[in-house]
Design a binder for this molecule. Structure first.
Ligand code: NOJ
Length: 516
């Protein structure tokens, strides 16, 4: 059985996790020191966001060297110390890999800019201008503007799905394939247990480089990425071939390939898994307003569309925090816990994002302190609020850093810190830990296909083997009939079992085991 078959992951946004040297940026020694928090929480794997040398235009998702550590985050030796300590604590190490684009500061791109004869020219996607001298086609960048920037020296445009400082790599070039195989080998030799693949659906382009059709009914010239149907720029069959070859590369090494894949509709996802990636994240809940009925039905449809499961998340370094999206306050925390109870038994691998175990809501970043390139363009979409520093303990800087944090935000309260919450059995931290404990204690008995149970609307209820997960996402008390004798292993709120009827309080999830 693969290590991720019944594992829970935890995303560490390294810049904001723990700073050891007072420069205001989280780093590997800081993370290593705080690994006990993750081991105590009861997770199984740590996914670390990009830590490579980078000009940080997109906070690490612009990589200038795929086989080193940015000095702001530490050294390769400190990476090794982190991985060794994680392994000692029984935690797997998953690292972020960014194959769609590099930084414009990467030596490959700097060489490519030297001209059409550069040995690295073909590492990137170059096209001649359109007859009018403008961009070669109508493709748009996710971070705004055209997906093409003119290199005046050569008179050609290069493609970038994100910032101009993030040129897209050319996956039609065999040299790029070879280079990334070496990158994967480099990190596997250092002991990593998995790769989270950034924008995994977008490596290859349709070689026709034809215009994308406008989305029907937008009623204006396409201006934003969302205004186009992405027929030619992303989600090409050749991309899946890349992952098939990576899958062969990691075969027999028990190394996870989990992709950040955005394709619409979700069933189109199945081609990315099976003999290609092991898992892809499920993002279907993220754009939804909290709504128990839609959440419950969306989870069921997602599970039915990919029965081997998903990487389940409530949030990430790219989303507003889950508790905020779920309405905030104690109710937001209860909804998040109930949702975890629903997600924790489904096939696949749940990933908590740092601070979700503390029930954190969005951090507050004043307009003059906004740093995220997305937030600078469209304030309401900004990603800074979920990226503010982890609050560890009362006192200056809340234990994150002795210096000024890289991202300035309003101070959190002491009750939001990990150390205060550890001493309070009713805190989000204690409640998340208790739920994870119950998940682990029932692990050996949970398995096989998901057997959905009859339940009122807004309630997720299923059985897998000898374990049932029932989550009442609604704001009222519900009763669910559960044929057979059960024990409640754990509930996030009020749960009363009378005969074969389970009464669950508002916003409460429960894990139950068949009575032996
Ligand atoms: C997805 C990452 O999660 C996000 O933070 C980043 O900006 C883009 N990919 C571009 O790499």
């Amino acid at each position: 059985m693969s290590w991720w078959a019944d594992a829970v992951g935890y995303e560490v946004y390294l810049r904001s996790f723990a700073d050891s040297d007072g420069d205001g940026v989280g780093d590997f020694p800081g993370l290593t020191k705080r690994l006990d928090h993750l081991a105590d929480l009861g997770i199984d794997a740590v996914w670390v966001t990009p830590f490579y040398p980078s000009p940080q235009r997109d906070f690490g998702y612009d990589v200038a060297d795929y086989c080193d550590v940015d000095p702001a985050f530490g050294t390769l030796e400190q990476f090794d110390e982190f991985a060794a300590r994680a392994h000692e604590l029984g935690l797997k190490v998953v690292i972020d890999i960014v194959p769609n684009h590099s930084s414009s500061e990467h030596p490959w791109f700097r060489s490519a800019l030297e001209g059409k004869d550069s040995p690295h020219r073909d590492h990137y996607v170059w096209r001649d201008p359109a007859p009018d001298g403008g961009p070669p086609n109508n493709w748009l960048a996710i971070f705004g503007g055209p997906a093409w920037t003119l290199d005046e020296a050569s008179g050609q445009y290069y493609m970038h799905l994100f910032l101009p400082e993030q040129p897209d790599l050319n996956w039609a070039s065999p040299a790029v394939h070879r280079a990334f195989e070496q990158v994967l080998e480099f990190w596997m030799a250092r002991g990593v247990d998995g790769f989270r693949i950034d924008v995994a659906h977008s490596l290859c382009e349709d070689r026709s480089f034809a215009d994308n059709p406008p989305k029907p009914g937008i009623g204006r010239e396409p201006e934003d990425f969302g205004d186009l149907l992405h027929v030619h720029d992303i989600d090409q069959p050749e991309t899946i071939e890349v992952y098939r070859s990576w899958r062969r590369l990691v075969a027999d090494r028990d190394v996870l390939l989990i992709g950040e894949v955005y394709v619409d509709p979700a069933p189109a996802m199945d081609k990315y898994v099976d003999d290609a990636l092991h898992l892809t994240f499920f993002f279907g809940l993220n754009p939804l307003e909290w709504d128990p009925v839609t959440f419950a039905s969306t989870l069921r449809e997602a599970t039915e569309s990919l029965p081997d499961g998903w990487g389940w998340i409530q949030g990430s370094h790219d989303e507003h925090r889950a508790v905020t999206r779920f309405g905030g306050g104690p109710e937001g925390v209860e909804r998040s816990l109930a949702l975890w109870a629903a997600l924790f038994g489904l096939p696949g691998m749940p990933f908590l994002f740092q601070g979700e175990e503390l029930g954190l809501e969005n951090g507050v970043v004043a307009p003059e302190h906004v740093l995220d390139p997305v937030g600078k363009r469209i304030p309401e979409d900004g990603r800074d609020p979920c990226r503010t520093p982890m609050p560890w303990e009362p006192g200056a800087g809340h234990g994150f850093s002795s210096g000024e944090p890289w991202l300035i935000s309003e101070t959190r309260t002491d009750n939001e810190t990990a150390s205060v919450q550890a001493g309070d059995p009713e805190s989000p931290l204690s409640r998340t830990r208790a739920l994870l404990d119950a998940r682990r204690s029932t692990a050996g008995r949970r398995g096989g296909p998901v057997d959905w149970l009859d339940a009122p609307e807004g309630v997720v209820a299923y059985r897998r083997g000898e374990v049932a997960h029932v989550a009442n996402l609604t704001d009222g008390v519900v009763t669910v009939a559960l044929p057979g004798p059960w024990d409640v292993a754990h509930a996030t709120g009020e749960a009363v079992l009378v005969g074969d009827r389970l009464e669950l309080g508002a916003r409460t999830g429960a894990i139950l085991g068949v009575v032996a």
